[in-house]
Design a protein around this ligand. Structure first.
Ligand SMILES: [Zn+2]
Length: 246
């Protein structure tokens, strides 16, 4: 049966700490990542840019009147696919090549993208089989410890390899906010294997996150959650990963 064409591709939700969430509401939420807009006094920060099936710029430009930096915290299509729409764009140094020159494998398009992931079409005639992640050479590359300064707020880049070699999370100490992309999210399918490239490195990453005084995790998928839930999730994933390693 022909799917309907979506009237609005993005849903917008206001969160606390002057953060907005954009979601591609017609894509299976496991397969479409959250896009976070963090409002600063001098510039705004877009954390992850979605699939890029529909440009997020129209929605974002309607809400901001300052320079915008967009970053992708992993090289996968559901977070880096929309990065090319932004003039100022960044990622971790180790994911830069795969974001500039993605393949269907490196972007995991070949693993996850199919017609079944859509409940509505972005426009008439769209075919998932023709979707490719568009390359976006970063204009800035980050290393662990770098600070993204928005004027009145500062987010620290934490390099957290495991899901991809250049996976990073962003940490705002002043509000206790942690933006985790694919490194940590609250999956309602509780027993799903948490797919990572390197379970040993990933376990170290989770131990590092465990020690942060987090108030809110703004994850790459699904809903935000607090520190208690973060510790539960980390401990559960660590148990599973340690069982795999042994
Ligand atoms: Zn993801």
């Amino acid at each position: 049966m022909q799917k309907p064409v979506a009237e609005f591709w993005y849903g917008i939700e206001a969160c606390h700490h002057n953060v907005l969430r954009l979601r591609e509401t017609w894509i299976d939420p496991y397969l479409a990542g959250n896009i976070w807009l963090v409002r600063g006094s001098e510039r705004d920060l877009v954390i992850d840019a979605g699939t890029g099936i529909v440009s997020p710029r129209l929605v974002i430009d309607s809400m901001v009147n300052k320079p915008v930096l967009a970053v992708a915290c992993a090289c996968y299509y559901d977070h880096a696919g929309g990065l090319h729409y932004f003039a100022e764009r960044g990622c971790h140094r180790l994911d830069a090549d795969q974001i500039a020159n993605p393949t269907d494998e490196s972007s995991v398009v070949s693993t996850y993208v199919s017609e079944a992931m859509l409940t509505a079409l972005p426009y008439d005639g769209f075919e998932a089989a023709n979707y490719r992640m568009q390359g976006a050479p970063p204009t800035v590359c980050f290393d662990d410890g770098d600070i993204i300064d928005l004027g009145d707020r500062r987010l620290e880049v934490l390099h957290v390899p495991g899901v991809t070699p250049g996976s990073m999370v962003l940490w705002e100490a002043a509000t206790g906010s942690l933006f985790t992309c694919d490194t940590l999210y609250d999956d309602p399918v509780l027993e799903r294997d948490f797919a990572v490239g390197d379970p040993i490195t990933f376990a170290d990453t989770l131990e590092r996150l465990r020690g942060l005084p987090v108030n809110t995790v703004f994850a790459g998928h699904y809903q935000s959650f607090g520190r208690e839930r973060m510790l539960e999730l980390i401990d559960r994933i660590l148990r599973a990963k340690r069982a795999q390693i042994q």
